[in-house]
Ligand binder design. Structure first.
Ligand code: ADP
Length: 161
């Protein structure tokens, strides 16, 4: 069975994340989405909210399992018997981060590989921070996040302003 893990902050989830999830779920038999609980990071959405958003957005994809954890991605992957980590790569900044993470992970466990998926054209410029900025400047985000989450995400970001 081919098992993969897609880790991330998803603060909040965007259509770019969801596109990667849908494409990876077609390639792997089982896809775990690891919503990272990193105590060193400041999130806009709570751990529970980030897990809940991802669960709602992926509820119709049967081979996707969403979990939140503060584990190291590699430990989570080993625990789930996953041999692949999925990441998205939009630009050179992502490239620098992702290749460093990849080399770091390989130096610890070379049985776990990283698969990079490039975004679909519509999502190339999309990021969680862009979504927050759009809301802060009063713009609509329905083209950028799953429709069922537009109101929740908008209200939460407005409350945090
Ligand atoms: P992290 O804090 O781990 O970078 P993110 O939620 O920002 O968490 O991103 C998770 C993964 O999704 C990363 O590999 C990132 O490059 C990728 N990603 C983010 N936005 C997009 C997008 N619009 N299209 C494709 N991949 C994306």
């Amino acid at each position: 069975m081919r098992i993969a893990v897609y880790p991330g902050s998803f603060d909040p989830i965007s259509n770019g994340h969801l596109d990667i999830v849908k494409r990876a779920a077609k390639i792997f038999d089982k896809l775990y989405i690891l919503v990272s609980f990193n105590p060193n990071k400041k999130y806009c959405f709570t751990n529970e909210e980030r897990v809940e958003m991802m669960k709602k957005a992926t509820k119709n994809i049967p081979n996707v399992i969403v979990e939140g954890s503060s584990s190291l991605v590699l430990n989570f992957a080993r625990e789930k018997k996953a041999s692949v980590i999925i990441r998205g790569l939009r630009n050179f900044i992502d490239y620098q981060n992702e290749i460093t993470l990849f080399q770091f992970n390989r130096s610890i466990d070379n049985n776990i590989d990283t698969f990079i998926l490039f975004p679909s054209a519509d999502n190339l410029f999309l990021s969680s921070s862009a979504i927050k900025e759009l809301v802060m400047f009063g713009s609509e985000i329905s083209n950028y996040v799953p429709l069922e989450l537009v109101d929740f995400i908008t209200e939460k970001i407005k409350r945090r302003m």
